[in-house]
Design a protein around this ligand. Structure first.
Ligand code: PGA
Length: 255
């Protein structure tokens, strides 16, 4: 049985004060939650506030990106050891917005993942096809290429520090959610690729999250699919009262 993961990705939202307010509401409300891991990814400038506000709770903090070098003349970048230093446990890597607007490629994703693991953090690795790619029948090939390229050079044991997030680009921030069947079929495909590339145990153990317009109203049905082990939630993770019922919906996970 894979332990569900419910992760919030705040993107470019929230000051430190707003971060403290959010966790003031969330942390006490999920004090009894035992059915899943909860991860929240604030922007860099709110990471310290988030780590402070969640200390001693079951919420883990993620960065939304990272640079692959540990230090050096790389103006504007933040390294994995720096994220570990401020108390992050995870980094999201390869989000489609990074791929689309900031030139992220499978090669940079792979470098970043290896840097994250070297620093003792875990990576949430995002893959997903665009609408054109889906309509052209190439969705499986795209996510397979992203998965293989991103995980290049990783060994089976490394995969225990990896969470995969399947996020069809056409469903992100659009209100257009993948149907449970569409999501389940992509997840099953990704899991079979992991098993083929590594071994059956890796295929069984890696948690695969769905992301793209997840809300309280659609979460339970998605999470009830056998290969969906949690969610990566954007817009609906910005308010504690919207995120909480989504965390509750992880009880529907059956994997
Ligand atoms: P959304 O974003 O939930 O707002 O669609 C998901 C994501 O980008 O991770």
């Amino acid at each position: 049985m894979r332990r569900p993961v419910m992760a919030g990705n705040w993107k470019l939202f929230k000051t430190q004060a707003q971060t403290r307010d959010f966790f003031g509401a969330l942390v006490s409300s999920i004090a009894d939650v035992e059915h899943c891991d909860v991860v929240v990814a604030p922007p860099y400038t709110s990471l310290v506030a988030a780590v402070d506000a969640t200390r001693g709770s079951q919420v883990s903090i993620a960065a939304q990106d990272v640079y692959w070098e540990s230090e050096g003349a790389f103006t504007g970048e933040v390294s994995a050891p720096m994220l570990a230093d401020v108390g992050c446990d995870y980094a999201i890597i390869g989000h489609s917005e990074r791929r689309q607007y900031f030139g992220e490629t499978d090669l940079t994703v792979s470098r970043k993942i290896r840097a994250v693991l070297r620093a003792g953090l875990k990576a949430i690795v995002c893959v997903g096809e665009t609408l054109d790619q889906r309509d052209g029948g190439g969705a499986e090939a795209v996510v397979q290429r992203q998965l293989t390229g991103g995980l290049a050079e990783l060994t089976g044991p490394d995969l225990s520090h990896i969470i995969v997030a399947y996020e069809p680009v056409w469903a992100i921030g659009t209100g257009k959610v993948a149907t449970p069947d569409q999501a389940e079929s992509a997840h099953a495909h990704l899991r079979s690729r992991l098993a083929a590339r590594y071994n059956a145990e890796v295929g069984d153990c890696v948690r695969i999250l769905y992301g793209g317009s997840v809300k309280a109203e659609n979460a339970a049905e998605l999470l009830g699919q056998p290969n969906i082990d949690g969610a990566l939630v954007g817009g609906a993770s910005l308010k504690a009262e919207a995120f909480l019922p989504i965390v509750e919906a992880a009880k529907a996970c059956v994997g």
